[in-house]
Design a protein around this ligand. Structure first.
Ligand code: GLV
Ligand code: MN
Ligand code: MN
Length: 410
């Protein structure tokens, strides 16, 4: 390839992004649709405009950078990822795929290479679901899997409605051309850190991702009655915390998997009034349940509500499903293109599935889709200690660039 990925430029840009929302221990807390998110997006827009890319935004605030091809009628090849982070996130999850896409465009620009198809880089809105649950709102509404209006009344921990945060945000980007929500790319390929230990353990450079396991999220809310901790006999209580424990214990039994393939997480718990000497009148908790086998995902996920109802004793209970993504398989067109590019770049590679979900999961029904993983230290992610070396990230971007060029000339 004539193009040359600039390892230093990419690293410096990643570190510049990491300063926006930096938290102790090298982490980042940059929630979607906040002022920090807007700052990061402005930086990206400036870098894109510097290389002549055109910038636009859609109705879900997905941000698009486009480099034209020679064929005006050709559908684009799209790459990208997300710029929001977990509340206690790292410097690479998501933003790497966006900066790698930009670096691919910059490398093509520097070398004066014109592809036949346009290449677009997208920064999807709210992949993480850390501020507004669920994640992947931007890609789900772009693909038509959900309508953006369905998320209007989701609130963040401060009670801000998603619809209001989105309107404020779009107002701040009213200088950008607005493009329709939804499009029909030729192909989509997303670069991401692996977020697991396989590539590092095997001493490899590149993961050629074959698909993504399924995920289901639920929120369980228990409503009891608050009472004095010193005077109220246990027999008279409707203690929401005790029922939450019963429910979680029953769910642990439902989700038991001797093979340790199934993933079951209770990651967020809220209790009211949350004082040590009052019985809780309200408790809620989230369930993040994942499995690569659709049958298991459907059967155990469908059993959640019944198991919770049967386990609680005194409190009222509601179980709401907030996210439902079936396992997906990526397209041979993209898998093969990534594999070929990795071989041509002399990268050591393996095929592997993704345990984490990604926006790519929702692009699958729209166009041939795939992903490229790069190793990350000890597989640590969703953690400030998340780390990949500049050279590992640059190798991933070289493979991404070559994949994009291959697909864009095809
Ligand atoms: C994505 O952030 C995930 O939780 O898999
Ligand atoms: Mn991510
Ligand atoms: Mn993540």
């Amino acid at each position: 390839m004539r193009t040359k990925v600039d390892e230093r430029r990419q690293w410096d840009r990643l570190m510049a992004m990491a300063r926006i929302g930096a938290i102790p221990g090298d982490g980042v807390n940059r929630a979607c649709l906040t002022d920090l998110d807007r700052q990061a997006r402005r930086k990206l827009i400036a870098w894109a405009k510097n290389i002549g890319a055109s910038v636009s935004v859609d109705g879900a605030a997905n941000l698009w950078l486009r480099r034209d091809g020679s064929d005006r009628d050709a559908t684009p090849v799209v790459t990208g990822s997300h710029m929001d982070t977990q509340p206690n996130g790292g410097r690479f999850d998501g933003i790497y795929g966006v900066i790698a896409g930009l670096e691919a465009l910059a490398a093509l620009h520097d070398a004066g290479v014109v592809t036949r198809r346009p290449i677009e880089v997208v920064a999807w809105t709210n992949e993480e679901g850390g501020r507004f649950a669920p994640g992947c709102m931007g890609s789900m509404s772009w693909s038509g899997f959900r309508r953006i209006e369905e998320f209007a009344d989701v609130t963040d921990p401060d009670g801000v409605r998603f619809a209001d945060a989105l309107a404020t945000h779009l107002g701040s980007e009213s200088d950008l051309p607005r493009r329709p929500l939804g499009s029909q790319p030729h192909a989509y390929v997303e670069a991401h850190i692996e977020q697991g230990p396989m590539l590092e353990a095997e001493g490899l450079d590149i993961g050629v991702v074959t698909g993504i396991q399924g995920s289901r999220w639920f929120t369980v809310t228990l409503t009891g009655e608050t009472a004095h901790a010193g005077t109220t006999p246990l027999a008279l209580r409707r203690d929401a915390v005790q029922d939450m424990l019963r429910a979680i214990t029953a769910l642990n039994a439902l989700m038991h998997d001797p093979k340790d393939v199934l993933r079951f997480t209770v990651g967020r718990i809220a209790v009211e009034p949350n004082t040590s000497n009052s019985v809780a009148n309200r408790a809620s908790f989230t369930i993040d349940f994942r499995h690569p086998d659709k049958e298991v995902l459907l059967a155990r996920g469908d059993a959640v509500a019944g198991v919770v109802q049967a386990a609680v004793r005194d409190a009222g209970v509601t179980v709401r499903e907030t996210f439902h993504a079936l396992p997906v398989e990526f397209a041979p067109l993209v898998i093969d293109a990534v594999e070929r590019a990795a071989t041509e770049q002399s990268c050591k590679q393996m095929r592997l599935p993704s345990g984490a979900f990604h926006d790519a999961q929702f692009v699958v029904p729209v166009c041939p889709t795939g992903m490229i993983f790069v190793p990350c230290r000890k597989g640590i992610s969703h953690n400030p200690a998340e780390y990949s070396e500049p050279g590992q990230l640059a190798a991933g971007t070289r493979v991404l660039t070559q994949t994009l060029v291959g697909l864009a000339n095809g």
